[in-house]
Design a protein around this ligand. Structure first.
Ligand code: AMP
Ligand code: MG
Length: 334
């Protein structure tokens, strides 16, 4: 079995050496754990796709440790992108920009753009620095499964197929980065994530933001993704009705505790705080799929700020929706 390593300097150097030898290292970032390989090594990138069973049309995000490295990978950096880098870098924002030739086509699935992010997690930054190359890294889970927020999640999904797993404890943000396609004139949201779109709006002034995600621009956007093994349904209806007919073979996943006795619920946050909800979401889904529930019934969260990213993940984790008719659950697959 692959070793889970503590993040001592010695171990980080060992992991960086593996990256330089075209190997794969799973490492913590502030969003989720990544499965990293040297971005300039085709051999490493091929392994990433194979280990994850990720389709080759789904391009990878390249991680850097210095803001200046955007210039190393991207041929043009519009002033809008510069503003975003200034405001949110390092952090959970990924910019898609025209790529330089030296970025291998396999990283970008043949696109002429590359997705680049500078994470803020100190372990991620040190690993990139010690490796002396940018690190291409998707989330370190099996393709389509729930993203990993703990080193143990990586181990249970990818087992022996990585050289090392660096253990940085639970990730803080808990959902993946926001991905935006940036030109001088506009910003197109490709994936809601750790940086709320409202925060981006505040810093870029009058630049147009398109919130409608484009499958053409972001080929990896699949309708179903992040799914737990137990089917998940989003509840459409009122809470009183739900509580009345609750049955203990279904797990109720809620944003906050409900003020009722006698029923088991799984609140994502004690105070209904959206940061806490995001941080706990994937961990809770992984916990629930190991229990014997017939289905997970998820109560929607408010769609503002980080709530956009949480709802995006819940919808993509879901098999469909559930409502109540004549005091019975009606499940509607999508
Ligand atoms: P993941 O690695 O699973 O966190 O997903 C990365 C996301 O970034 C996917 O939704 C990709 O489609 C998107 N992405 C990566 N590179 C590009 C690119 N060059 N153009 C557009 N989207 C990209
Ligand atoms: Mg992923």
């Amino acid at each position: 079995m692959t070793e889970i390593l503590e993040t001592t300097k010695k171990n980080l150097l060992k992991a960086a050496e593996a990256i330089r030898q075209n190997g794969l290292v799973a490492f913590p970032t502030e969003t989720v754990y990544g499965l990293g390989g040297c971005a300039f090594s085709e051999k490493a990138i091929v392994k990433i796709f194979e280990v994850k069973k990720r389709p080759r049309f789904d391009p990878l995000i390249v991680h850097i440790a210095e803001k200046d490295d955007y210039k190393l990978l991207c041929s043009t950096i519009p002033s809008t992108a510069e503003k975003l880098i200034e405001a949110f870098c390092p952090g959970p924002l990924t910019l898609v920009l025209p790529k330089r030739e030296k970025v291998p086509d396999i990283v970008t699935s043949g696109l002429d753009t590359v997705a680049v992010r500078m994470p803020s997690h100190p372990i991620a930054l040190q690993l990139i620095q010690y490796s002396k190359c940018p690190i291409a890294a998707p989330s370190a889970n099996r393709f389509g499964h729930v993203s990993p927020t703990r080193a143990e999640d990586v181990l249970s999904d990818l087992g022996d197929s990585v050289d090392f797993i660096l253990d940085g404890g639970p990730t803080l943000v808990g959902v993946e980065s926001t991905v935006v396609f940036v030109t001088e004139e506009e910003i197109i949201l490709l994936r809601p994530g750790g940086i709320p779109i409202e925060d981006i709006e505040k810093v870029i002034g009058r630049v147009n933001i398109k919130r409608k995600m484009s499958k053409l621009l972001s080929p990896g956007l699949t309708k179903k993704h992040y799914s737990p093994k137990t089917p998940l349904y989003i509840y459409e209806g009122n809470l009183e009705e739900l509580v009345k007919i609750n049955r203990d073979d279904y797990a109720l996943l809620t944003p906050a505790p409900l003020l009722v006795n006698d029923i088991t619920i799984y609140p994502l946050s004690q105070a209904g705080d959206v940061k806490e909800i995001a941080a706990n979401l994937f961990h809770q889904l992984r916990k629930l799929e190991r229990m014997d529930y017939r289905a997970i019934i998820a109560i929607p969260v408010k769609q503002s700020g980080l709530g956009h990213a949480v709802m995006d993940r819940l919808i993509r984790a879901s098999t469909g929706t559930v409502k109540i008719e004549n005091q019975k659950f009606v499940f509607i697959d999508r």
